[in-house]
Design a protein. Structure first.
Length: 426
C-alpha cells in the first residue's frame, strides 16, 4: 500500500482589513488569483466584509454559531437582540486596553474572535489552514491614538496561529501594494505607495529594482488612523444627523430649550450601533423628547429607522453618494423608507470642505515619509495609490500637486495589497 500523500502546500497573500478581507492564491506557476466568496442571496465577490456574527443555536446551547461577511449581516439583522456583530476587529489589535470581552456567556479574546473569522473564511474557499503558507499584511501604524504596533503585529500573528495556519509571514501593506505595482516597472525606480484602507492609510517609499534578487528596498514609512470610514462619517455628520433631529431642541416641563441628546447621534457613526438602540427604553426616551421637540417629525424619522432596522440601508445611501462624488461635481443623497425621506444635494466642493482636516493629515503623513526616507518630492519617480479612497478627486489632487499628475497611478482598489502579499510569498 502506498503512503497517503501529504496535502499540497497552499501559498497565499491575505489582506485582513478593517472593512474588507481579500485572499489571493498563487498557482503552481506563481501566478496570483483572487479567491471568490459566495454568500446566499448576494453576488459572488473577491472581497469578504470583515464581520463576524455570533449567536446561540437554540438546539445546541451553549454552543456558539458564527457567520462572516455578508452572511454575518443577514444573521444579525434576523435577530439583533440575541446575536452579536463584531466589526472592525483589526482596529483593536494595537489597543492594550482591549484584551477580552464577554459574549453570549463566554469570555473571548480578540485573538479568538479573529481566529473564528479566519477559520470560517478558509472553510468558504475549501482550504485547510494547516496547509497554508500565508503572507499577511499589517499597516505601518495600527489604528488608535495610543497604538502599540508591536502588540498589534503579535496579536495578528496569534489570531492566525489560533485559526490553525501552518506558516505566517507578516509584511507591511503599502510595501505589498508596491510589489503589485512593480510588475509594471521596466527599470529601477523610487516609488511612493499610498494605501488607503477602511480604518488606516499608509504611505511608504520604496526603491524597486526589477532585476535584483530582492527587488524592494524600504526607505521610509508613515501612517495615520484615518481612511474611508472617516469620509463616510463626514457625510453622516453633515447630512444624516441633522435630518434626524440632531440640531433640534426640546423642553422639560415648559422650561428653557435643551439640546436633543447628542449620544443618539454619536451612534450614527456605525450602522450596527444604531441597531443596538432598538430597545423599548431607548425608543420611549426618543418618543418622550419628541413630544416637546422643535422638530418632532425628525425624531419620529429616527425612531422609524431604528425600529425597522434600516441602519444598513441608510449607510448604503451614504456610500453611494460618496462614490458618485468621485466622478461628478454633485450628487443627491436620497434615502426613503415609509414616511422618512432624506433628500439632500451634496456638491463636491462641500464634501471636500468637510474632509479638509483629513486631507491635511494625509499630506502631513506623506511629508513624514519623505523626511524619514531623506528624500525630496522630486526624487520620487512614480506614485502608486490604491484603496477606494484613492479615487476621491481631492485625494488624487493632493498627490498630483506634490509630485505631478504624470507620475501618479492608481490600481485595483481592492485586491492590489493581497496580490502583492501573494507575490512576496512566491
Amino acid at each position: 500500500m502506498s503512503p497517503t500523500p501529504s496535502p499540497r502546500t497552499v501559498r497565499l497573500g491575505m489582506d485582513f482589513g478593517t472593512t474588507n478581507t481579500v485572499v489571493v492564491l498563487l498557482d503552481a506557476q506563481g501566478r496570483p488569483h483572487p479567491a471568490r466568496f459566495a454568500f446566499p442571496h448576494h453576488a459572488v465577490s473577491e472581497t469578504c466584509r470583515s464581520l463576524l456574527c455570533l449567536w446561540h443555536d437554540a438546539e445546541q446551547r451553549p454552543a456558539v454559531q458564527e457567520a462572516i461577511g455578508a452572511a454575518a449581516i443577514d444573521a444579525y439583522l434576523e435577530d439583533p437582540a440575541e446575536s452579536r456583530l463584531i466589526m472592525s476587529m483589526k482596529s483593536y489589535l494595537a489597543q492594550a486596553s482591549f484584551r477580552q470581552t464577554r459574549l453570549l456567556g463566554q469570555v473571548m479574546t480578540l485573538e479568538m474572535l479573529i481566529a473564528r473569522f479566519l477559520a470560517c473564511l478558509m472553510r468558504m474557499i475549501d482550504i485547510d489552514p494547516a496547509t497554508v503558507v500565508a503572507t499577511v499584511g499589517r499597516p505601518v501604524h495600527f489604528a488608535g491614538d495610543r497604538a502599540d504596533d508591536a502588540l498589534g503585529e503579535a496579536r495578528l500573528r496569534a489570531g492566525f496561529q489560533a485559526a490553525g495556519f501552518g506558516q505566517i509571514n507578516v509584511a507591511l501593506e503599502p510595501e505589498a501594494a508596491g510589489w503589485h505595482f512593480a510588475r509594471r516597472l521596466q527599470a529601477p525606480a523610487t516609488v511612493l505607495v499610498g494605501d488607503f484602507g477602511g480604518g488606516t492609510s499608509d504611505f511608504s517609499i520604496l526603491r524597486f529594482d526589477p532585476a535584483a534578487q530582492h527587488p524592494a528596498q524600504p526607505l521610509g514609512y508613515a501612517g495615520v488612523g484615518i481612511a474611508g470610514d472617516q469620509f463616510d462619517y463626514r457625510i453622516i455628520d453633515r447630512v444624516i444627523a441633522p435630518a434626524l433631529g440632531r440640531n433640534g431642541t426640546y423642553r422639560v416641563m415648559g422650561g428653557q430649550p435643551l439640546p436633543v441628546p447628542a449620544e443618539w447621534y454619536a451612534r450614527l457613526g456605525r450602522w450596527h450601533r444604531l441597531a443596538l438602540m432598538r430597545t423599548p427604553q431607548t425608543l420611549r426616551d426618543i418618543a418622550d423628547v419628541a413630544r416637546t421637540a422643535s422638530e418632532p417629525e425628525k425624531l419620529h424619522a429616527l425612531m422609524d429607522i431604528i425600529d425597522n432596522q434600516q441602519g444598513q440601508a441608510l449607510y448604503r445611501a451614504v456610500g453611494a453618494a460618496k462614490r458618485e462624488l468621485s466622478s461628478a461635481g454633485s450628487t443627491v443623497l436620497d434615502y426613503r423608507y415609509h414616511d422618512v425621506h432624506i433628500h439632500r444635494e451634496i456638491t463636491r466642493a462641500e464634501f471636500e470642505d468637510w474632509i479638509a482636516p483629513d486631507l491635511e493629515c494625509f499630506d502631513d503623513a506623506v511629508e513624514t515619509a519623505l523626511e524619514r526616507a531623506g528624500l525630496p518630492a522630486s526624487a520620487i519617480d512614480r506614485v502608486f495609490l490604491t484603496g477606494g479612497t484613492s479615487f476621491v478627486p481631492a485625494v488624487r489632487n493632493l498627490f498630483d500637486r506634490r509630485f505631478g499628475a504624470e507620475r501618479v497611478d492608481t490600481g485595483n482598489e481592492f485586491v492590489s495589497v493581497a496580490e502583492g502579499l501573494a507575490l512576496m510569498n512566491g
